[in-house]
Structures are given as C-alpha cells and as structure tokens.
Design a protein around this ligand. Structure first.
Ligand SMILES: Cc1cc2nc3c(=O)[nH]c(=O)nc-3n(C[C@H](O)[C@H](O)[C@H](O)COP(=O)(O)OP(=O)(O)OC[C@H]3O[C@@H](n4cnc5c(N)ncnc54)[C@H](O)[C@@H]3O)c2cc1C
Length: 724
C-alpha cells in the first residue's frame, strides 16, 4: 500500500475512532436535536453565517466519513434554517460529502478490487459506462437505498467523479426536500422511520424508474433510426431466416422449429458446414487412425510381440494405405451426415433452401438457387451464421505452390513425403501430428516461440516434447517469408534469428487461423457493421436489432459447441424480443486440442490470469502418478487448477494428458454451477479411472489448505488418548 493511501486510511480510521470512542453520535440523534433545538436556534440568530458554515462542514464530514447521522442532520437543516436554506445547505453538503466518500473509496479500494476481480468486472464496468448515470439517479431518488453504501460502491466503478456529483445532487433533491420539510415540523416527528410513508416511497420508486424507462425508449428510437431508409414488408414469409447451415445455423433452425416458429434455413454448399465436412468430424476421424497407428508402433510397450514374419524394426504401420485412411475419413463424414441432413431438418419442420443467400433489406434475403433462379424471402428476424474460412496469408509465391488448407486437405489420397505445416495453433498441431504419424516428414513452422500460444508454457512444452519424439521437426521462431520453386522443388524460405532458412517440401498445409465470412452476401450493401467479425451486442444483435449473428462469423470463439451455445441465444432472442431476450453467457467456455497429449481448458490459465491481473493459487497433480494412466501406458500430463487465493472457487483448469477433453467436463459443470474443489473432493470417483485425477488435484488443494494449527491440537489429542 502506498504511503498516501496509508495516510488517508489512518486519517479516516482516527476520525471514525474518535466519533465512536467519544460517542459523538449522541449529538446526532432525534432526541438530542429536539432538546438542543432552542439553543441551536438562538446561536443561529446571533451568528447566522457562522452557524450555516459550521452546520455545512459537520454535514460534509459526517457524510464523507460515512458516519451515521445524515438523516438527523438533514432534519436539523429544516428545523434550524427553514425549508429554502435548509434544502440549499443540505443539497450541497450532502453531494460534496458523498463525492468525498466516493473518491476515498475509489482511492483506497478500486485498485484492490480491480486486481481481485480483474476482467470479471468488465461487464459491470461496461454497464456503468453506458447507463451508470441512470442507475445512480434511480438509487438516489429512492431514499430507501443506504446513502453511504451508494457512495462507497460507486467509488469502485469507473463512473467519473463529476457525473457522480451532479447526478447525486439532482437525484437526492426530492428526498432532501422531504426530510428538510419534515425538519421544519420537528416537534411533530417521533421517529425517523415515520418520515417516509409507503405511498411516498412508491412515488419515489416510480420516479426512479422513469429515467431507466426513458433510456429504453431512447434505445428504441435509436434502433428505429437505422431502419429509416427501408420499407418494412407488411407480412413475412417466415419468423426467421437463417443464413448458413453449419453448426450455428443448424442449431438456430432446430431451436426455432422446436418452438413452432416458421424457419427457413439457406445453405449454399453442404449442410453441416465446416464441422461436418472439413473440420471437427474429418479431423477427428483422421486423428483416430493416426492414434491407432501410433499405438501399433508402440506395440511392445503393451506386451505385444511382432508377427513371426516381421523383420526387426518393422511395425504394422507399414501395412496401411493412406488412401484407405482418407476414405475412412469420408466414410465417417457420411455416417455422421444424416444428423445434419436436409431430410432430418425438413422432418423437424425447417424449410431448407439450397442456394446462396444475400441480404437485400433488414427483412429480406435474395436466394440464388443452384440453377441460377432467384427468389426473395422475407422474415421478421434474420440470423447470420455464415461461418469462417481458412486465412491464407499473402506470402510472396504462395500461389505457385498449390497450398492445402483445412478445406482441401481432405482431397489428398497420396501421403506427401515431406510436408510443411504452417501454423502452430490447434488445427496446425492436430494435423501436423497426424501426418507425421502416417509417416510424412513434417516440418511445423511457427513464428511464435511456442506451439499453442494461448495455452500455458508447461502445456505447450509437453506437446512440443511429444511432437519432437514423434519426429515432427518443430521450427519455432520461424517466420514464413517466401515460397519459391527451385528446379521443380518447392521451398519455403523462413526467417529465423535474422537469417533465412530454406525448407524444401512436397506439400504445404496453411493453418494460420480462420477469418469470418463477411463479404459477398449483402452485409456491406445494407450496412451491417463488421470488424474482424460481424459486430454484435451481448444479445447477438447486429446494427439492425432484428438481424442476429452467431458462430464463427460472430466470434469471439471459433468452436462448434460455442456456435451451438450462441445459436440458442440467437434463436430465442430473434423469436421473442422485445418480450424477452437473453445476454449470451461466455462465463464458462471449454475447449480442447486433440493432439497427444490432449490439451483441454476451461476458464483462466496462468497466462491469462496474470495478463488480467487476477490473483490466483495453483494446485497441480501430475498424471504420471495415476493408477489408471499407468495401466494404460498413458502416464503423462497434468491437471492444473487455478483457484481464488484461500478459497476453493475454481477460476480455470488446464488438463494435459489422455482424455483431457472428457476429463475437463467435471470442471465445466463445477464452474457453471459454482461447485468448488471441496465439492469435487467430496464426490466419489470410480477406481481406477482417469477421472480420479480430478479428485486428486482437489486433494492437493485441500492438503495445502489444511488447518495446520488445528492439526497440531488434534495430534496432541491423539497423543493424550494414547497415554490413557
Ligand atoms: C480442421 C478443423 C478442425 C476443427 N475441430 C474442431 C473441434 O474439434 N471442436 C470444435 O468445437 N470446433 C472445431 N473446429 C471449428 C468448427 O468447425 C467451427 O467452429 C464451426 O464449424 C463453426 O460453425 P458455424 O456454423 O459458425 O460455421 P460453418 O460451419 O463454417 O458454417 C457456415 C455455413 O454457412 C454457409 N454460408 C456462408 N455464406 C452463405 C450464404 N451467403 N448463403 C448460404 N450459405 C452460406 C457455408 O457454406 C457454411 O456451410 C474445427 C475447424 C477446423 C477447420
């Protein structure tokens, strides 16, 4: 704590200490005021200015120090100075005192609160920045909210002091008048509680709600403005039109149909989008084959002997065809396909339209069918779920090398001998390891110093270690500069520590990120705001409140389960606004990268907690000690849980190891429902399972928080019992 803070704290403590130790509160009671009224009155008549000055200063001091007595002081204002001057004095003194209390609270506590709660305050801060004045006005107008609490709590928010001052002064005026007026009839007052009748409080509440309602009306007017240049159709063909039939669009349509809305789903390519056709499903199918192969190559670890005809060093890995593996991948896609088929969704009541959609007004979408025919459909609400695509960086020469992306890699039937994987993120890592396991010589090029840069270094180091062991040539701190074709050989030139490195290859997979699809379907024409994604508010509404966006096109996360999560909000808000709408909740978002060792996360990791200035404790359990992991020859990895210091509340979990993506589910549930590590520790986990690791890490936390001094006494108790 800085010396200035310490000084202020001491001053406040001394002043409050004096107030209570000298029982100064006895002068600020209704009885004391009544008894002293005549004396005070005669002093005021003799020294009107001095009396007003003393009264003003005492009032400011009492409110600035948040001492009890402001209500009696206000009555005194009316009793001694009359309605007009009493109101003037109280209005300024209370506003100045409140602002001093507000500033004191901010100076002493705001940093601590920001450090303690970090980004979790973002939503509150954003709300205060947007509507703080209205909230404060309501709180001030309704005199049942404790005056000093409002001052102290508002000090912890980012509200400007000037706004706090004037809103307080205006907001408190009505209450001040009531109390000062009551003070003018002091003799008739028997208790402070009697000053405000229930009817008077109700009127204040109504008055207080007025600015909030006015704010809502203003929002409505603002929203109407964006529609000014459009003519709204008199009737709509559907309740919702959904643009894009990937994870986000399908779930939106599903939910809308489930609640009996008329929904039209427009898809220009294949239902299922990236996840089914070029993303999660094919990649996980490919990884499964690659994992099987890696197990075969580890056969001896599992006590297997090679076939009698095997030559030393041979493995079953030599007996596979890459083309067959890629066919299996397509077979898996075909097997999953019915879940996302036109037939299924039509059966659910969705009107599925094949064609490219283009927004032509806030309620109308033009569809170009595969045969070129066009039609215009209308809906009360539109949900944009147009997804994202691989980002191809403009590296000189890239067009000459017939690069692959996650869209096209699935067409390969011949395994590239030498493969460059550009990018060390989740998609690059998953595919680099898979191709290496099939026998390609993979060079993974990443300009950052680590793989999977969003994860903690201890997680990405374990992955890198495994990759190197499996033969992936990790070229970290390598920045791709240029592609050249030299004598028919494709070469990537990358910059590493100031010099050029030449990496020859037969195929390059570009996996450096994904960009939202923002052009070519009318967003620009009708004026839907975009940045890197379609801009949305917390209800997933775009510039036009009846147009929503969800999934990869809206961000901020690019996962199928987040797309589906957002889709619920988009569908429900699109159908039921203005009667009811929900803010998309991103408080507990898990994800996994399906490399081996698998990496899964929910909530904060150490990197993010430090970045956001959130205090945390770490409990770690190494999975190499777990019975089931040992039995499965998967004894590697760890679970790391971040908790609030001194508490079992979970801030985030990182798991590295076999089945990490499944194990994390317990923590997702725990975080979602506020269950702490004590709750996990007290839950039975089946022996022997990998899930026991979740309990063991909770045990690590418990051990670190065992009440040592109590245990010393317990040990004495046992010793005492042994002695008799
Ligand atoms: C290789 C890879 C592996 C992945 N693995 C995982 C994983 O394991 N787990 C996970 O959670 N996520 C994973 N993802 C991410 C996941 O695939 C996406 O987050 C998810 O598909 C996003 O769904 P979406 O509906 O927003 O977009 P998309 O699935 O891209 O769907 C958008 C759809 O909109 C259509 N469309 C676009 N414009 C128009 C238009 N104008 N008219 C009509 N239709 C249009 C497109 O054709 C497309 O079908 C992976 C992605 C890749 C590339």
């Amino acid at each position: 704590m800085s010396s200035r803070k310490l000084l202020l704290l001491v001053l406040v403590a001394v002043a409050a200490g004096l107030y209570f130790s000298l029982d100064l509160g006895r002068f600020l009671s209704l009885d004391a005021l009544k008894t002293q009224q005549a004396a005070i009155e005669s002093y005021r008549q003799a020294h009107p200015w001095l009396a007003a000055g003393i009264y003003f200063l005492i009032y400011v001091a009492v409110t600035a120090l948040s001492l009890p007595g402001a209500a009696v002081m206000t009555l005194a204002g009316g009793a001694v100075f009359g309605l007009l001057w009493g109101t003037v004095l109280v209005s300024f003194a209370s506003s100045i005192g409140a602002t001093l209390a507000f500033l004191t609270s901010r100076f002493l506590l705001r940093d601590w609160v920001a450090q303690r709660f970090g980004r979790r305050l973002d939503a509150i801060d954003a709300g205060i920045r947007r509507d703080g004045g209205f909230y404060l006005f309501t709180l001030r107008l309704v005199p049942v909210f404790p005056f000093f609490m409002i001052n102290l709590l508002m000090g912890l928010t980012p509200m400007p002091a000037a706004t706090f001052y004037w809103v307080s002064q205006v907001g408190m005026l009505a209450g001040t008048l009531v109390y000062v007026n009551a003070g003018t009839q002091l003799a008739g007052i028997t208790s402070l509680a009697g000053i405000l009748s229930p009817a008077l409080i109700a009127s204040f509440v109504l008055l207080g709600l007025f600015p909030l309602l006015a704010n809502k009306v203003t929002d409505g007017i603002r929203a109407r403005k964006v529609y000014a240049r459009w003519t709204r159709p008199a009737r709509f063909d559907s309740n919702i039109i959904v643009i894009g039939g990937g994870s986000a669009g399908l779930v939106t349509a599903y939910i809308a149909a489930a609640v009996k809305a008329k929904v039209t789903l427009i898809e220009k390519h294949r239902l299922g989008g990236d996840c089914l056709n070029t993303g999660c499903v094919p990649s996980k199918a490919l990884l499964r084959s690659a994992k099987f192969l890696s197990h075969v190559s580890r056969a001896e670890e599992f006590g297997m002997r090679r076939g009698a005809d095997a030559v030393p060093g041979d493995t079953a890995a030599h007996h596979f065809s890459f083309a067959d593996v890629m066919e299996r991948v397509q077979q898996v896609v075909r097997t999953v396909e019915p879940h996302d088929s036109v037939e299924r969704y039509t059966g659910l009541g969705v009107d599925v339209v094949a064609g490219a959609a283009r927004l032509v007004s806030p309620w109308e979408v033009e569809v170009t069918r595969p045969d070129g025919a066009k039609e215009t459909l209308s809906a009360r609400s539109i949900v944009i779920a147009a997804g994202a695509r691989p980002f191809v960086p403009p590296i000189p020469g890239i067009e000459q090398v017939d690069y692959l992306t996650s869209d096209t890699v699935w067409n390969l039937r011949e395994l590239p001998r030498r493969m460059v994987v550009l990018g060390g993120g989740p998609i690059g890592c998953e595919l680099a390891q898979a191709f290496a396991r099939f026998g390609a010589r993979v060079s993974q090029v990443e300009m950052a110093p680590r793989l999977m840069i969003r994860e903690d270094p201890d997680a990405s180091d374990l992955v890198a270690e495994r990759f190197r062991k499996e033969g992936v040539d990790l070229l970290l701190n390598h920045k791709a500069k240029q592609f050249v074709v030299d004598n028919g050989e494709k070469i990537l030139i990358a910059e590493h520590e100031g010099r050029d490195v030449r990496i020859p290859f037969d195929a390059v997979l570009v996996a450096v990120g994904r960009v939202a699809n923002l052009t070519g379907y009318g967003l620009e024409e009708i004026g839907v705001a975009v940045t890197r994604t379609v801009e949305t508010n917390e209800f997933l509404q775009t510039t036009y409140p009846n147009i929503y966006a969800c999934g990869d096109v809206a961000g901020p996360y690019q996962f199928t389960h987040v797309a589906a999560h957002q889709a619920w909000y988009a569908a429900v808000n699109a159908l039921f606004d203005p009667f009811r709408k929900f803010r998309a909740d991103y408080s507990v978002i898990p994800w996994a990268t399906f490399v081996e060792p698998e990496v899964a996360r929910v909530g904060l990791n150490e990197l993010e907690a430090k970045e956001k200035g959130i205090a945390f404790e770490v409990s770690r359990y190494d999975i190499d000690d777990l019975d089931r992991a040992i039995a499965d020859s998967e004894a590697h990895g760890f679970i790391k849980v971040l908790t609030v210091p001194g508490k079992d509340r979970i801030l985030g979990v990182t798991i590295v190891g076999a089945h990490a993506g499944d194990l994390i589910a317990e923590y997702v549930l725990a975080m979602k429902h506020g269950i702490g590590l004590n709750g996990i520790l007290g839950t039975i986990h089946i022996y022997p399972t990998m899930a026991e690791a979740n309990k063991y890490v909770a045990g690590v936390w418990k051990k670190a928080h065992a009440p040592q001094s109590l245990l010393k006494w317990v040990a004495r108790f046992h010793a005492w019992r042994r002695s008799r």
